[in-house]
Design a protein around this ligand. Structure first.
Ligand SMILES: [Zn+2]
Length: 176
């Protein structure tokens, strides 16, 4: 945890680059407030994530652009020399074989400005995070369903809920 001496806001990362004025309320505002050299990278990353998980919600959480579906699925933030991508430790582990060129730590992937962005891979990672949440919902529903009801799978979960469930898994949303 690092507290900016200028504006007093706290961040996960030391020296997190940010705008010290009014905190951004949307991903667009966040990107617009970043240094120019970071903006193009942020726009590309944001577009890749948005395209791969269009059913999730965009928000700012922990002062970072966040894609949310029942939980924070994936987040990113600009630093001095790289963009930090935060898909969580399990995703970083699952994609480790394809991330050997990048610095990673628990739950974080550093995407340096000196390299072209692996946009396809970023999209796949975001989608993996989304699927993981859907699978979590399926398990939850199947665990809690009354005995007579048919087990839920991905396609009937998505059909019955409209999309994967938004808030806490709720059996009534699935309906019978
Ligand atoms: Zn500040």
């Amino acid at each position: 945890m690092w507290v900016c001496p200028k504006c007093g806001r706290s961040f996960k990362n030391m020296e997190q680059s940010h705008y010290c004025g009014k905190p951004p309320a949307t991903i667009e505002e966040y990107i617009a407030a970043q240094p120019e050299e970071a903006q193009d990278y942020l726009l590309q990353i944001n577009a890749a994530i948005k395209a791969s998980i269009p059913e999730s919600k965009e928000k700012i959480s922990w002062s970072m652009p966040t894609y949310w579906k029942g939980r924070n699925l994936i987040q990113f933030a600009a630093s001095k020399r790289h963009i930090g991508l935060y898909p969580g430790p399990e995703a970083v582990e699952a994609f480790a074989g394809r991330l050997t060129e990048y610095t990673t730590s628990k739950g974080t992937i550093q995407l340096p400005y000196s390299k072209p962005l692996p946009l396809e891979l970023i999209g796949e990672i975001a989608n993996w995070c989304f699927k993981k949440y859907v699978n979590h919902c399926i398990q939850w529903f199947n665990h809690h369903r009354p005995v007579k009801q048919t087990p839920v799978n991905e396609s009937n979960l998505i059909t019955r809920c409209g999309k994967a469930t938004d808030e806490q898994p709720n059996w009534n949303q699935v309906g019978i």
